[in-house]
Design a protein around this ligand. Structure first.
Ligand SMILES: [Zn+2]
Length: 165
């Protein structure tokens, strides 16, 4: 039993890095479209079922963060049982708005790349809320893993926010 648990955890550690790299690709794709560099995806049973990018500039809507775009899609397409088993991967720790949306969507697992604190240092954040702090108020437990491959995520932000100064 113990062996099985360790094996599963090891498998998840490898997968986390793989999927976080995909979110970084999505973040770069968002940037190429003139948006802010953030990407997110939902994994169920080791398969990517939905991906999303930030579209704040192209949609002219400040709520169009990658995670919120993802939550909008998945709550329309998937049932609550599937959502509760999904893992939401995001290139950067979800902000307060997106953390709320993830909670209300019934998603129970979050894995993020770059932390909110590091993003805040790079981009001059004015509302830096670690998602774990916010989720403490929830009556349902959400597992949070991160940061994962933070240097790679931070490099994307450094590149973008310095250039846009
Ligand atoms: Zn957000």
């Amino acid at each position: 039993m113990l062996c099985g648990i360790i094996r599963i955890m090891n498998k998840f550690i490898i997968k986390h890095e793989e999927y976080i790299k995909r979110t970084y690709q999505l973040a770069k794709s968002a940037q190429e479209k003139g948006n802010h560099p953030f990407g997110a995806l939902l994994v169920i049973d080791n398969k990517v079922v939905f991906t999303a990018e930030n579209s704040v500039i192209s949609d002219n809507d400040i709520t169009r963060h990658a995670e919120l775009n993802l939550v909008s899609k998945v709550t329309q397409e998937l049932d609550p049982e599937a959502l509760s088993q999904g893992i939401l991967y995001t290139s950067t720790e979800p902000c307060a708005m997106c953390t709320g949306a993830i909670f209300w969507a019934g998603i129970s697992n979050i894995v993020y790349g770059c932390s909110a604190v590091v993003l805040g240092e790079i981009a001059g954040g004015t509302f830096v809320v670690p998602c774990r702090d916010l989720l403490k108020y929830g009556k349902r437990q959400i597992n949070v893993v991160g940061p994962v491959l933070e240097d790679q995520g931070a490099a994307i932000h450094r590149n973008f926010w310095k250039a846009s100064e």
